[in-house]
Design a protein around this ligand. Structure first.
Ligand code: CUA
Length: 164
């Protein structure tokens, strides 16, 4: 079979690019523990204010019996609530998210705390913040005219200073 030399060259380029992309995906999955969220749990987004877990006065961080911390938050146009959450460093933290309205994406800059928040589902992820600091939490899925202003703050304090 005849393959034109320039076509052959581009076949190699495509194969090389595919290998690079695959390597990056596998590398970030293994080294940075980046994985798609696997929690499939449904919720009625229109009734969040009435739910056990996502009612306004239940939101925020709390200590769990196993020594980890659970953070329950709601995303809504245009903010993440509560606006400021404080968690301990070097401690497993489980985030549980639900949206009141449309699809949002949440990311704490400089950390691997990132997930999509899909209407009708609870997004859950577990991570550990090694270093204390103040991290901006931003929305990274376009959700409307106020998308650029949708943010909140995550404060990570030394473990000894955290009060559940
Ligand atoms: Cu919420 Cu963009």
């Amino acid at each position: 079979m005849h393959i034109d030399p320039s076509e052959r060259k581009w076949i190699y380029v495509v194969l090389a690019l595919s290998a690079i992309f695959l390597t990056v995906i596998v590398y970030t999955a293994v080294v940075y523990n980046a994985a798609p969220p696997s929690n499939v749990e449904t919720i009625d987004s229109a009734q969040l204010h009435l739910s056990e877990e996502f009612a306004e006065d239940r939101l925020g961080a709390r200590a769990m019996a196993d020594g980890s911390v659970r953070v329950t938050m709601v995303a809504a146009r245009y903010g993440f609530f509560p606006r400021n959450v404080t968690v301990p460093a070097a401690t497993p933290v489980t985030f549980r998210w639900a949206t009141l309205d449309v699809l949002h994406g949440v990311h704490a800059e400089g950390t691997n705390m990132a997930t999509m928040i899909v209407p009708g589902f609870v997004s859950q992820l577990r991570t550990v913040f090694p270093k204390p600091g103040v991290y901006q939490v931003i929305c990274n899925e376009f959700c409307g005219v106020g998308h650029d202003y949708m943010w909140s703050q995550l404060t990570v304090v030394p473990k000894a200073d955290w009060k559940g």
